[in-house]
Design a protein around this ligand. Structure first.
Ligand SMILES: *[C@@H]1O[C@H](CO)[C@@H](O)[C@H](O)[C@H]1NC(C)=O
Ligand SMILES: *[C@@H]1O[C@H](CO)[C@@H](O)[C@H](O)[C@H]1NC(C)=O
Ligand SMILES: *[C@@H]1O[C@H](CO)[C@@H](O)[C@H](O)[C@H]1NC(C)=O
Ligand SMILES: *[C@@H]1O[C@H](CO)[C@@H](O)[C@H](O)[C@H]1NC(C)=O
Ligand SMILES: *[C@@H]1O[C@H](CO)[C@@H](O)[C@H](O)[C@H]1NC(C)=O
Length: 479
C-alpha cells in the first residue's frame, strides 16, 4: 500500500514537471506562467503613472533612475512598485512630482526591493506625514532628501534603523513640531536640514540619539525659545544654524550641551537680550554671528570663556557702543591668523569710547579685521541738534540721511528703519576730535522728547560709560 502511494506521488510530480519543461522552449507559455514583468526603466505604456529615465534600460543594469509622476491617483499598493526589483542595482533614485496630489506617500514597496539604494530624493510631492520606518530600515541608504513636499507630521521613528544614513534633508516643508524619537537608530547621521519649515516646538531630547550629527540647520522657522535640553545628545555638533527664527533672548548655558560647536548662527532673529553666560561651555566656538537682531547691550565678559572665537558678527543691531574689553577674546586669540569683528550697521555713537578701533586698525596685521574695522560708521547727530529742544519735530529725525554709502549693496541684514541720525565713517573722523561721554551727557540733558529707542539707548549708554582712565589703560596695553 505504501509503495503504491509513493509511486503515485512520483507520477504526479512528473506530470506537473512536464509542461514546465516544455514551457522553456515556448515563450508564450512562459509568459502565461510567470507574472508580467515590467522593466521600470523601459515603460512603454503611455498610460503608466510613473516614467523613469535611467542610465541603462537593460534589466538589472541601471544605477540611476530619474522618475516622473505627472498625474495623481497612484497608491502605495499600486502594482508598479514591486516592479522596481527589475532594476535591483539602482543606487540613485529620484522622484519628481509634477502635479499636486500626484504622490502623497513614500513608496516603501519600491524602496524595500532596492538593496543597493544609496540616495533617494522625492521633490514637490504632497506627502503630509512620514510614517514609522518609512524607509523600511534600509541598511544601504546614505542620503534622503524630501525637500518641498508639504510634510507637516513626522511620526515616532519616521527616520529609524538606517545604519548608513548620513544626510537627511527636510527643507521647505511645513513641519511645526519635532517630537521625541522621530530620529532613532541613525548612528551615521552627520547632516540634518530642517530649513524653511514652520517649526516652533522642539521637544526636549528630540535629538538625543544623534550623537554623531555635525550640522543642524533650523533656519527660517518660528522657533522662539532655545533651551539646553533641546540640544541634549548633540555632542559632536559643529554647525548650528538658527537664523531667521523668532528668538528674543538667549538664556544662560543654552548651548552648553554642544561641546564641539564651532559655528553658531543666530542672525535675523529678534534677540534683545543675551544672558551673561549664554555661551558658557562653547569652548571650541570659532564663529558667532548675531547680525540683524535688536541687541542694545552686550555683557563685557560674555565672550571671556570662548577662547577659540575668531569671527564675531554683530552687524545691524542697536548697539550704541562696544568696548574693547568685549571683543578682546577675539582680537587677542593667538590661535588663528585671520580674525574679524563686524560692527557696522549699529547706531554707535561717535565718541571716544570707540577710540580703540583706530588703534586696533593701525596695529593689526590682519587684513580681514582691518577692513571690518574700517567699515564701522557711527552716529554723530548729537552736535547737529537745534538749540531750542522743544521745537524738535520727531519726523525730521526720521527723514535724515542714513549714509547708504557705507553699506554693502549685497548685505541682506540692512535694517535702516531702526537707525536714526547721521552716519559717518568712524575712521574718517580725526581721533582728536571725537567727543567724550562726559560732554555728551551734558548735551543729552537738553533734549526734548526722544523717541522710544533713544530712551533705551540712553539708559544703556549711561550704564556703560567707560571712564576715560580705563580707555587709557587699554590703549597703553595695545601699544
Ligand atoms: C508589475 O508587476 C506586477 C506583479 O508583481 C504586475 O501585476 C503588474 O502588472 C506589473 N506592471 C505594472 C505596470 O504595474
Ligand atoms: C523596521 O524595524 C522595526 C523595529 O526594529 C520593525 O518593527 C519594523 O517592522 C521594521 N520594518 C521593516 C519594513 O523591516
Ligand atoms: C552630505 O553631507 C556631507 C558632509 O557629511 C556633505 O559634504 C555633502 O555635501 C552632503 N551632501 C548633500 C547632498 O547634502
Ligand atoms: C507655515 O508657514 C507658511 C509660510 O512659511 C504659512 O503660509 C503657513 O500658513 C504656515 N502653516 C502653519 C500650519 O502654520
Ligand atoms: C563624536 O564624539 C565622540 C566623543 O564624544 C568621538 O569619539 C567621535 O569620534 C565623534 N564622532 C565624530 C563623527 O566626530
Amino acid at each position: 500500500m505504501e509503495q503504491i502511494t509513493k509511486h503515485l506521488v512520483i507520477m504526479a510530480a512528473l506530470t506537473i514537471a512536464q509542461p514546465a519543461i516544455t514551457a522553456k522552449d515556448d515563450h508564450q507559455i512562459e509568459y502565461y506562467h510567470m507574472p508580467v514583468f515590467t522593466n521600470i526603466c523601459d515603460i512603454v505604456d503611455r498610460r503608466s503613472l510613473v516614467h523613469c529615465y535611467c542610465d541603462s534600460t537593460k534589466p538589472k543594469m541601471a544605477t540611476r533612475a530619474d522618475c516622473w509622476i505627472f498625474t495623481g491617483g497612484i497608491t502605495p499598493e499600486d502594482p508598479i512598485w514591486p516592479n522596481f526589483s527589475s532594476q535591483s542595482e539602482l543606487e540613485h533614485l529620484m522622484f519628481n512630482v509634477r502635479s499636486d496630489e500626484a504622490l502623497t506617500f513614500i513608496p516603501a514597496k519600491a524602496i524595500v526591493r532596492l538593496e543597493r539604494l544609496k540616495h533617494i530624493s522625492i521633490q514637490f510631492g504632497t506627502i503630509q506625514s512620514v510614517p514609522p520606518y518609512a524607509f523600511t530600515n534600509s541598511s544601504t541608504l546614505r542620503q534622503i532628501s524630501l525637500r518641498s513636499n508639504k510634510i507637516s507630521i513626522l511620526e515616532r521613528h519616521s527616520f529609524a534603523q538606517m545604519m548608513m544614513l548620513s544626510n537627511l534633508s527636510l527643507d521647505d516643508n511645513q513641519i511645526t513640531e519635532l517630537r521625541r524619537d522621530v530620529f532613532f537608530g541613525l548612528p551615521n547621521l552627520h547632516v540634518l536640514h530642517l530649513s524653511n519649515n514652520n517649526l516652533s516646538l522642539i521637544h526636549e531630547g528630540c535629538f538625543k540619539h544623534l550623537n554623531n550629527l555635525i550640522e543642524l540647520k533650523l533656519d527660517l522657522n518660528s522657533i522662539s525659545v532655545v533651551t539646553r535640553e533641546m540640544f541634549e545628545g548633540l555632542e559632536n555638533l559643529s554647525r548650528l544654524n538658527l537664523r531667521s527664527n523668532r528668538l528674543t533672548m538667549i538664556g544662560n548655558l543654552a548651548f552648553s550641551e554642544l561641546w564641539g560647536l564651532k559655528d553658531l548662527m543666530l542672525d535675523n532673529n529678534a534677540i534683545e537680550y543675551v544672558s551673561e553666560r549664554a555661551f558658557g561651555g562653547l569652548t571650541q566656538l570659532r564663529k558667532l554671528t548675531l547680525s540683524g537682531n535688536k541687541l542694545t547691550a552686550f555683557y563685557e565678559d560674555i565672550l571671556e570663556d570662548i577662547r577659540s572665537l575668531i569671527v564675531l558678527d554683530m552687524r545691524d543691531n542697536l548697539l550704541e557702543s562696544m568696548s574693547y574689553e568685549t571683543i578682546r577674546p577675539v582680537v587677542e586669540n593667538g590661535k588663528s591668523a585671520s580674525k574679524a569683528v563686524y560692527l557696522d550697521g549699529n547706531p554707535l555713537r561717535c565718541d571716544c569710547r570707540l577710540s580703540w578701533i583706530y588703534l586696533l586698525r593701525n596695529e593689526t596685521k590682519d587684513n580681514t579685521l582691518k577692513h571690518a574695522l574700517e567699515k564701522i560708521s557711527c552716529v554723530s547727530d548729537v552736535e547737529k541738534r537745534p538749540e531750542k529742544p522743544n521745537e524738535i519735530d520727531d519726523n525730521t529725525l526720521a527723514d535724515e540721511n542714513y549714509g547708504d554709502e557705507y553699506y554693502d549693496k549685497n548685505d541682506d541684514y540692512i535694517n535702516k528703519e531702526k537707525l536714526k541720525g547721521k552716519f559717518t565713517k568712524l575712521t574718517d573722523i580725526p581721533l582728536e576730535t571725537l567727543p567724550c561721554p562726559k560732554e555728551l551727557q551734558a548735551v543729552d540733558e537738553s533734549y526734548g522728547h526722544p523717541i522710544q529707542n533713544e530712551i533705551r539707548l540712553k539708559a544703556f549708554s549711561k550704564a556703560r560709560c567707560i571712564a576715560p582712565s580705563l580707555i587709557l589703560v587699554i590703549l597703553v596695553k595695545l601699544i
